[in-house]
Design a protein around this ligand. Structure first.
Ligand code: PLP
Length: 418
């Protein structure tokens, strides 16, 4: 028996059972998603009656198009309420393959067996990292990048190696920069164009140079193309258009952003057959199939082409209008530098010049706190993307909210820059 001051004698088992929780080594390094943390705080302020303009969330503010909602309702009535194949229903995987083959001209056409549908492209990315990388491996991540990449690589017990992009070129990383950061342990690179958080779009030549380097070095290329359809000045290039073979290429996409279907949770990976099988096996022991009804909704999105293209064109036009208006407004404060947003729905601003923001914490965090608490605008501090002097505003909100958000950002910048 042991003695506990507060409760008196306890047994050894009691002591073990009551031991405070310490996270396992699997998650010891894991950080809460900073983007989700901001939206939680914004929601709490809203619930307390504050009139918050939310430019923090990374999701389209449009409803899922009606033809997709109807397809889901029909699927429910037709009994699509059971388990499906772990890797997704065959017609959906065939539709994904058909769409991908319009881009891919390399060896070995893409078939349904090369595709695993998951509960969002986030799960596809995680599964890909988990089956491809492990202890001792290094994975290059052009930075800034979406916060979850670093954590996913870490969960696979591999090492994420941030490669800082060029501020003079939309914070994009070049093949030369990646080569300079590589070691003998480098196993892969994670690409994302259009990029979250910057909105930058890699040119065909930039991607080709990175792909060539990866091929020479035998690296895996994970290309997250979730924002590909949201590109305003020119079409964004898919790695599938450039690849001569898919031996070391995994392309990730989904319906969340282009079809305004974030809550349906459907994404997918297009991978070499053996990788797809391993990802399917992993999924079979974790989440099984993605929601059956959502798969039928995604099938409509990918096969009812005319309706889908109309819906995407309307959303892209509205995003472009907001982007143009936001950029025009930003011109009023030339001291705020920003990445010119060619795609996605993000504005990435450098607030490092607001020297008053460099108090407690990094400039982006101090700026974001002030913007939220005093001006009721939610934005994500750049630290979430390993760019602490920056701030991300999402223009996935009505025009008047976007403009009010940018205006208040300029006001806070001017206060802090004095
Ligand atoms: N990839 C990037 C770059 C994202 O920004 C996001 C969501 O914000 C995702 C993937 C995840 O999308 P999904 O909703 O398909 O899981």
């Amino acid at each position: 028996m042991l003695h506990n001051e507060a409760t008196g004698p306890t047994s050894v088992t009691d002591t073990l059972v009551r031991r405070p929780f310490t996270p396992s080594a699997n998650v010891a390094q894991l950080k809460e998603s900073a983007t989700i943390a901001v939206s939680t705080r914004a929601k709490a302020l809203k619930a307390a009656g504050r009139n918050i303009i939310d430019l923090g969330v990374g999701e389209p503010d449009f409803d899922t198009p009606e033809f997709i909602r109807r397809a889901a309702q029909r699927a429910i009535d037709a009994g699509a309420t059971h388990y499906t194949a772990t890797e997704g229903i065959l017609p959906l995987r065939e539709a994904i393959a058909a769409q991908a083959n319009t881009d891919y001209r390399g060896e070995g056409a893409i078939a349904a067996g090369d595709i695993v549908v998951s509960s969002g492209s986030k799960q596809s990315l995680f599964n890909a990292c988990f089956v491809l990388f492990g202890p001792g491996d290094e994975v290059l991540i052009p930075t800034p990048s979406w916060t979850s990449y670093y954590e996913m690589v870490g969960l696979a017990r591999a090492t994420a190696v941030p490669v800082l992009g060029d501020p003079a070129n939309g914070l994009k990383a070049t093949a030369e920069m990646l080569a300079a950061a590589a070691t003998s342990r480098t196993r892969g690179v994670m690409l994302n164009s259009p990029n979250n958080p910057t909105g930058a779009v890699y040119s065909r030549d930039e991607l080709q140079a990175i792909l060539t380097l990866a091929e020479e070095r035998g690296w895996w290329v994970l290309s997250d193309e979730i924002y590909r359809r949201l590109s305003y000045d020119r079409a964004a290039t898919s790695l599938l258009e450039l690849a001569g073979s898919r031996d070391r290429l995994v392309v990730i996409d989904g319906v969340a952003k282009a079809y305004a279907m974030t809550g349906w949770r459907i994404g997918w990976a297009i991978a070499p057959r053996a990788v797809a099988s391993a990802m399917g096996a992993l999924q079979s022991h974790t989440t099984s199939n993605p929601a059956a009804v959502s798969q039928h909704a995604a099938l409509a999105a990918l096969t009812e082409h005319a309706a889908a293209e109309r819906a995407i064109a309307a959303m892209v036009a509205e995003f472009r209008r907001r982007r143009d208006a936001a950029v025009a407004l930003l011109a009023e404060e030339p001291r705020i530098r920003y990445v010119y947003p060619d795609g996605a729905f993000y504005l990435f601003l450098n607030v490092g010049g607001a020297s008053g923001a460099a108090g407690e914490g990094d400039a982006g965090t101090v700026f974001a706190q002030r913007l939220l608490e005093e001006r009721e605008v939610a934005a994500v501090p750049g630290g979430a993307f390993l760019a602490p002097e920056w701030l991300r505003l999402a223009y996935a909100a009505p025009m008047e909210s976007v403009l009010a958000g940018v205006r208040r950002t300029i006001e806070v910048f001017r206060e802090l820059a004095r």
